[in-house]
Design a protein around this ligand. Structure first.
Ligand SMILES: [Fe+2]
Ligand SMILES: [Fe+2]
Length: 228
């Protein structure tokens, strides 16, 4: 009986975890698409920076696709997770006072101070993502799932190349020092998700599953996709 209960709890934990990643990876690459468009329009000369942001975008799509395949293998759809579980959603809301959808990316990239702020927010979010995935790789329930373990190993390897381009841009344009309010936002959002949102998802038996994948209406991606 105890073994069955433990198996159900493990299954639920991994399901919630993977569903939160599905949301965040999708939110990640679709948001970066808008950043790329704005940077290309404002700084077409920054070809190396743009190439690194494109690589970041393609990695996030690859991560999303790996979780999609994971759910394909276990013959389920992810749980319905919304932006209240989005790390970058909360960081943008706290830093810019609006949702990602309402963020005027073009205006922000055109304003050096605001663009530097956006780079700091993205870098902080990605650095947080690396610390989180490092912890998950040591988690016994994650380690007991061979596919998820492989996915998190790939994510861990990719993460440094996600925040480094923004730190390099910041270093070249005035320094990488984060503002106290941004650091506090990062800590607050992380704890809020970990201690409030995730337990609520875990304990909500009525949480529905997605009926369709969020990328179904998007044009086909040209990303390189890694097998898992
Ligand atoms: Fe990712
Ligand atoms: Fe990332």
């Amino acid at each position: 009986m105890c073994g069955v209960m433990l198996a159900l709890l493990r299954r639920r934990y991994l399901d919630v975890l993977a569903s939160v990643y599905v949301y965040n990876e999708h939110r990640g690459y679709t948001s970066i698409d808008r950043v790329i468009d704005a940077v290309v329009a404002r700084h077409p000369e920054a070809t190396a920076f743009i190439a690194k942001i494109r690589k970041h975008r393609d990695d996030e799509y690859k991560h999303y696709f790996m979780f999609q395949r994971y759910y394909g293998r276990i013959l389920q759809m992810p749980l319905h997770v919304d932006r209240t579980c989005g790390q970058i959603d909360h960081m943008i809301q706290l830093s810019f006072g609006c949702s990602i959808d309402d963020l005027a990316t073009g205006d922000i990239v055109a304003d050096e101070a605001k663009f530097r702020k956006l780079c700091r927010v993205i870098a902080l979010t990605e650095m947080r993502g690396l610390r989180q995935v490092e912890r998950l790789r040591g988690n016994a329930w994650v380690r007991s799932d061979a596919i998820l373990s492989r996915i998190f190993k790939i994510i861990e390897a990719d993460e440094p190349s996600h925040f480094m381009p923004y730190l390099e841009w910041l270093a070249a344009t005035g320094g990488t020092r984060m503002q106290l309010s941004e650091r506090l936002a990062d800590i607050f959002v992380h704890r809020f998700l970990l201690w409030v949102r995730l337990p609520l998802l875990f304990l909500n038996p009525a949480l529905p599953r997605l009926k369709r994948w969020p990328d179904e209406t998007e044009p086909l991606s040209h990303s390189a996709i890694a097998p898992i």
